[in-house]
Design a protein around this ligand. Sequence first.
Ligand SMILES: *Cc1c(COP(=O)(O)O)cnc(C)c1O
Length: 395
Amino acid sequence: MSQDTLIPQVVEAIHAVTGGAPAVLHEPSFSGSEWDFVKDCLDTGWVSSIGRYVDRFESDLASFTGSRHVIATVNGTAALHVCLLLAGVKQDDEVLMPTLTFVATANAVHYCNAIPHFVDSSMVSLGVDPEKLTEYLADIVTPSSEGPRNRHTGRLLRALVAMHVFGHPVDLDPLAEICAKYGIVLIEDAAESLGSSYKGRHTGLHGRLASLSFNGNKIITTGGGGAVLTQDAELARRAKHLTTTARLAHRWSFVHDEVGYNYRMPNINAALGCAQLERLPILLNTKRQLAQRYAQAFSSIQGVSFFNQPDYACSNYWLNAILLDRADTNWRDAVLEATNDAGFMTRPAWTLMHRLPMHAACSSMNLDVAEQLEARLVNMPSSAKLGERQEVVHA
Ligand SMILES: *Cc1c(COP(=O)(O)O)cnc(C)c1O
């Protein structure tokens, strides 16, 4: 297999699936009640942090995901920040997280003055590899009265943030087991996995806390927005309190009992979210159809494979991905060049977190698999509207 034979076939496959018109990586779709609900906010003046759409969005999300508690926030990074605070992450603690993630996962840890500690990924899920993590922790953890410590740095290992990469659920059961064994708090960064389930249960319900994102490129959007999920009533109360400036309820007084945050989702954003949630089942359906068409189009091409959801999961296929057989960034970049030249917005995976300058001093395990994935992975146009086409066009 040479580059010269592979690359035209990749372009052709994307062309066949998308219909050939220029296609961006992921764009939002507003074809429901979005205009009506947002107009209602403007007409009534309820545009800011208080209003009935925020409450409705939270309860609609709770019904959709099955989460007992949902707290809407200004964005996914803020939601993750609150999750980490409520997990007890403190200054100089270490937080385990995949190196293959969006920078927001690491940023939220820095906001707590804590230190990311990078772990490797699995070829099956693209997320944290439970087996490799088990072996690694057996090697580096030393118990202490305050909790598990990294024996190399002496710092407490407070939490693990598991991220569901491109919507594909990470293998949560073994991760929950490891965390329980050591007394490490499991947090799910479910920013990309709204609508994805693990063994029949929605993602974001397995960790003590989880965060969602409704940024413009996510499966549904509120413009900017996020949410904290938890099954624990006390954590939910704390999340609501921290995200609303820690103000004590009273008819007129402004008394705040700790340093809080202005992280509450505005009503106008929640209005958009309520309309988007109504259409989420349809969006999920079309996105899964699109994934199926990609899988079919790439099945006969040598030198590349379409990334399929793990067997235990039902994925939202937020971003479709192919893996080149060869781990060679020159090949990957040639594919990126040719597909972008043809009008298809393809993208590499994120630059791995351990390579970024602010993480130069952070601990990490061997990151072989994530480094392979970084060199081999290409994301393809994945907007829901591309899935609406029924017929597969054969070249
Ligand atoms: C989008 C995203 C976030 C952050 O969400 P924002 O709403 O953009 O702050 C966090 N983690 C991951 C993995 C994401 O993809």
